[in-house]
Design a protein around this ligand. Structure first.
Ligand code: ZN
Length: 286
């Protein structure tokens, strides 16, 4: 145990400062996206079976709608630059920039050294949820993905339908490799429809039943050519447990929509970060 110093209250009273003020972050052209979305036509549709994942291609300038057509269901989403699997979704920096949960207007950023918007969220039927009495919010970029390694660590057993394994199998099937050879590409996800937060007393990560119902959706605009992989989590609505066959699970649906010709006049796919990557030289000894 440590002993609180006499000025403990003063130290705790230091003002909270936003780590990454976003006033200088270029604002997404949401009005342009909204007008491009009008008249967009369905180009492809993918059904993600319960406790499975599927890969799908999403060209830059297209919209992606993720919905749960039959009932409440959490989805674990991975995003890659279509022709470079090293550039992938960076949930940690997305969280640092936009907060622990994302909704319309937030961007999904790629990892270093690219650090550019991969996608911009353009519609969210659960935006009404806000924050509940437990501090829970929807569409989480905190959780990593359910995985068989943590499951074995905590339970001693094996379960092969965790989102990590589902994503690895689906990515492998898309690339023509076994899951074991591609699982290192699987990364921390956007937890679509998942309702989570941190407990006030212990700071532990919690989940509660997703407020999503049949027909709810999250839509985003692809800023670059993307390869997406989406898993229908074995936790179902994640109201009780994951990493087992106990929960009621539903399929997810992915719809790719192509805007009308000319609807995105003036829009350009974002370039990678402009940082020189020089990283400087060591400074004189301290
Ligand atoms: Zn999962």
């Amino acid at each position: 145990m440590s002993t609180a110093p006499p000025d403990a209250a003063d130290r705790r009273a230091a003002p909270a400062v936003i780590c990454y003020p976003t006033e200088t972050l270029p604002a997404p052209p949401l009005a342009l996206y909204a007008s491009a979305r009008i008249g967009a036509v369905e180009q492809a549709r993918h059904i993600i079976p319960p406790r499975e994942a599927r890969a799908f291609e999403l060209p830059a300038g297209h919209f992606c709608r993720i919905s749960c057509p039959e009932g409440s269901q959490v989805g674990d989403l991975n995003l890659f630059a279509a022709r470079n699997l090293s550039e992938r979704f960076f949930s940690g920096k997305t969280r640092a920039l936009h907060g622990s949960h994302v909704t319309t207007g937030a961007r999904l950023w790629s990892c270093l050294p690219w650090l550019r918007p991969m996608a911009t969220i353009t519609a969210d039927s659960l935006a009404w949820y806000g924050v509940d009495a437990d501090g829970g919010r929807v569409h989480d970029v905190i959780g990593t993905r359910c995985d068989p390694y943590t499951h074995t660590l905590l339970s001693g057993g094996e379960y092969h339908q965790c989102c990590h394994s589902n994503l690895a199998r689906a990515l492998g099937a898309h690339l023509g490799h076994p899951a074991q050879e591609v699982e290192h590409h699987v990364h921390d996800v956007l937890n679509v429809f998942m309702c989570t937060g941190f407990t006030r007393d212990t700071g532990q990560y919690f989940m509660k039943a997703s407020p999503a119902r049949a027909g709810d959706y999250l839509e985003f605009f692809a800023e670059i050519d993307l390869l997406g992989v989406l898993s229908a989590c074995p936790g179902g609505d994640c109201g009780a447990e994951h990493s087992s066959d106990a929960a009621l699970c539903h399929p997810l649906e992915v719809t790719i929509l192509c805007p009308p010709a000319g609807a995105l006049a003036g829009w350009e796919s974002p370039a990678p970060s402009g940082y020189s990557r020089q990283h400087g030289a060591p400074r004189t000894a301290y």
